[in-house]
Ligand binder design. Structure first.
Ligand code: C5P
Ligand code: MG
Length: 286
């Protein structure tokens, strides 16, 4: 039905179920659809020319706003905690406190750096941040069909917004839930706002934002995009959900993680740096 679902990167445990969900969503119409997407390594690329692309945190960590001593410490944290994040032999329960530890320590270090708000745009401009191939089609199609896009990220909201603003796709149908920086009156970072969002508490984050989902209650059909098993709970705040189609990018540690991804995501995209499949699904739905 959708040609791109035969792409070599596509894996599905139950293609028949995918077909049924898609048919049901088409029947309901695109005015009943909302999209909820993770940001880092879902809307952005995992690698380009064999080199890892940065997350929101990495964009800042690698910038010249951070002292070399602090860079070392942030790198050490990354080298300690990222392998835990993608370790398929540990349960989410086991990883959760360690992820809180990672985010908390990293944010503490960032706050010590007296980062200036007015320099963030330049940092993003000179970074290696890269949205996935096909991002213009993705964002523009959603705008053209007035389909709301919620970007739900455990990254840094100020950086994320700047990435999509500079790519000229921060349209009015886009809403962001993320960790936002809090600046003092002279524009220097003093803390992060509100409850911390890390990769395993997106459910709690969603439930704190009932107002958003209440506004979208006429859109019970959800297209969810993620790259972590923690992203599966991003739609937990959706009211009276009718259908959900979950598309997961499997970027790293592919063989170990494939079984669990196939169990939880309807469509798994293995080492696929493009938005070709999500775009094909959107074309089909609109
Ligand atoms: O947007 P998303 O929810 O994917 O953002 C979370 C990602 O940020 C995680 O996958 C994690 O690897 C990364 N991260 C990071 N540096 C930190 C904390 C998280 O690169 N200090
Ligand atoms: Mg991610």
């Amino acid at each position: 039905m959708i040609r791109e679902l035969s792409n070599p990167s596509v894996c599905m445990r139950d293609p028949q179920k995918v077909q049924e969900i898609l048919e049901s969503m088409v029947k309901a119409g695109s005015n009943t659809v909302q999209v909820i997407s993770d940001f880092d390594m879902t809307l952005t690329r995992f690698a380009y020319n064999g080199k890892r692309c940065p997350t929101c945190h990495n964009i800042l960590d690698n910038s010249d706003l951070i002292s070399s001593e602090c860079k070392e410490k942030l790198k050490e944290l990354l080298n300690t905690y990222y392998p835990i994040e993608i370790d398929s032999s540990r349960s989410i329960e086991e990883k959760l406190p360690l992820m809180v530890e990672w985010w908390t320590k990293a944010h503490e270090l960032l706050v010590q750096q007296e980062i200036r708000k007015d320099l963030l745009a330049g940092v993003v401009r000179t970074s290696d941040a890269m949205l996935r191939e096909g991002y213009e089609v993705f964002f523009n199609r959603l705008r053209d069909h007035s389909i709301p896009l919620l970007i739900f990220s455990a990254g840094i909201g100020d950086i994320l917004e700047e990435v999509i603003r500079q790519a000229e796709v921060f349209h009015s149908n886009v809403k962001v839930f993320s960790n936002y920086m809090d600046f003092d009156e002279s524009g220097v970072l003093k803390a992060f706002k509100g409850e911390l969002i890390h990769i395993y508490n997106k459910r709690e984050g969603a439930l704190l934002n009932t107002g958003h989902f209440q506004e979208l209650r006429t859109r019970p059909n959800v297209l969810l995009l993620g790259d972590s098993l923690g992203d599966l709970t991003m739609a937990d705040g959706v009211q009276d959900m009718e259908n959900i189609l979950k598309i997961g990018f499997l970027n790293d540690k592919v063989e170990e993680r494939k079984p669990s991804y196939l169990d939880s995501y309807d469509i798994v995209l293995v080492k696929d740096e493009t938005l070709e499949v999500p775009n094909a699904v959107l074309r089909y739905l609109t």
